[in-house]
Design a protein around this ligand. Structure first.
Ligand code: FAD
Ligand code: DHB
Length: 391
């Protein structure tokens, strides 16, 4: 098979790239190791920055998003027994939209399928070759047969555990990394939302987050140990911990309901530099991971893909390589700012193993500053709603 851009991974990064390239008249083929049903059902991120919403709307994917997305004008920070509102609209003039990542993926898959896209699901043994040549190659097995796609470019959109990044020869990449000793236990519950906005709680028993997917479905997270076994968390223990950590505001209650999905996600901060090797371009989680506290992973993937699609369009339209050459530096500038914000939110809201009473007081002072100073609140708000897209 021959294509212009071979894409590894049908997550939000790979699918959006394929969609944007299609709109620019550029052909692509996506290979994905999981089934379509699995990709569509994978519950992950839920908060879309304004820039992400704009990208989806401008590329013709805004219809269901406008109908079902929940526009949130701010968040609450909960600490020291009280809840404090941070009003993004008032502070920045922007808001965020709650719309599940799997809904974005469904919309993208529908649009790509309607346009007759080549997406090969359930591939095995994906590998990439000849990355520093003008004809890089993707190989995989499908239904027991070896297959090969010869490409002009390869986009590594295969997430943190993918094959593209490890295929770059040793010594090329610098890896910057921070690991955390805690994780998030996340649940999706068939329980009505009782708060209009998200609640991020710093509690002495650990962090908790109240979110939602619709007025009828809540999405909740609890800080837990990184090596925690989900079997040690029966429903009753999960709800008990959520009530204790979240219900600081007098009279406000977290509604319980059947737990539809549950899982434990480790927290990591990772950046690789550069995000390119030869004709392989890394985008999204393949190039960087942020801890989820700032709600940024999906939004950062969308920002990378916007830059890459524009650079490839400039190459195919005018033969120019300047934007492709600048791809890594352009994306890394934003990536580091987003890493900083995600690290800062994580540090302010979680309970750290080695933390002392001094550290705890600093956290509370930080929260008290952010919720009482307009300048500090605005800094949180402008990062949360999303820094301007540089292209
Ligand atoms: P992925 O979604 O990981 O997609 C990669 C794809 O590549 C997958 O479909 C995978 O199956 C496929 N693949 C992997 N290896 C191969 C291979 N060898 N061959 C072929 N295909 C392969 N982000 C936010 O912005 N806001 C949030 O609120 C938020 N909350 C989160 C909550 C949780 C619990 C988690 C886990 C993440 C959250 N994130 C959030 C992060 C966000 O989900 C990710 O950053 C996002 O999925 C990145 O998209 P991606 O397309 O780069 O990677
Ligand atoms: C959600 C996830 C996040 O990581 C976050 O910071 C806010 C909301 C969510 O899944 O709804």
């Amino acid at each position: 098979m021959r294509t212009q851009v071979g894409i590894v991974g049908a997550g939000p990064a790979g699918l959006l790239l394929s969609h944007l390239l299609h709109l620019a008249g550029i052909g692509s083929v996506i290979v994905e190791s999981r089934s379509r049903a699995h990709v569509e059902a994978r519950i992950r991120a839920g908060v879309l920055e304004q820039g992400t919403v704009d990208t989806l709307v401008e590329s013709g994917l805004g219809e269901r998003l406008a109908r079902e997305g929940l526009v949130h004008r701010g968040i609450h920070l909960s600490f020291g027994g009280a809840r404090h509102a941070i009003d993004f609209e008032q502070l920045t003039g922007h808001s965020v939209t709650i719309y599940g990542q799997h809904e974005v993926v469904k919309d993208l898959l529908d649009a790509r399928t309607r346009a007759g896209a080549d997406i090969v699901f359930e591939v095995e043994e994906t590998s990439v070759y000849d990355l520093d040549s003008e004809r890089p190659v993707i190989r995989y097995r499908k239904d027991g047969q070896d297959q090969e796609i010869v490409c002009d470019f390869i986009a590594g959109c295969d997430g943190y555990h993918g094959v593209c990044r490890p295929s770059i020869p040793p010594g090329v990449l610098r890896i910057f990394e921070r690991t955390y000793t805690f994780a998030w236990l996340g649940i999706l519950a068939d329980a009505p939302a009782t708060s209009d906005e998200l609640v991020y709680a710093n509690h002495e028993r650990g962090f908790a987050l109240y979110s939602m997917r619709s007025p009828e479905l809540t999405r909740l997270y609890l800080q837990c140990r990184a090596d925690e076994d989900i079997a040690d968390w029966p429903d009753e223990r999960i709800w008990d911990e959520l009530h204790r950590r979240l219900e600081t505001d007098a009279g406000w209650r977290v509604a319980e309901g059947p737990i539809l999905q549950r899982g434990i996600t480790p927290l990591r901060s990772v950046v690789v530099e550069p995000m390119r090797y030869g004709r392989l371009y890394l985008a999204g989680d393949a190039a960087h991971i942020v801890p989820p506290t700032g709600a940024k992973g999906l939004n950062l993937a969308v920002a990378d893909v916007r830059v890459l699609a524009k650079a490839l369009a400039s190459f195919y339209r005018a033969g120019r390589t300047a934007l492709l050459d600048a791809y890594s530096a352009t994306c890394l500038e934003r990536t580091w700012r987003v890493q900083r914000f995600s690290w800062w939110m994580t540090a302010m809201l979680h309970r750290f193993d080695a933390s002392t009473e001094f550290d705890r007081q600093i956290q509370l002072a930080e929260l008290s500053y952010v919720t009482s100073s307009r300048a500090a609140a605005r800094s949180l708000a402008e990062n949360y709603v999303g820094l301007p897209l540089s292209v």
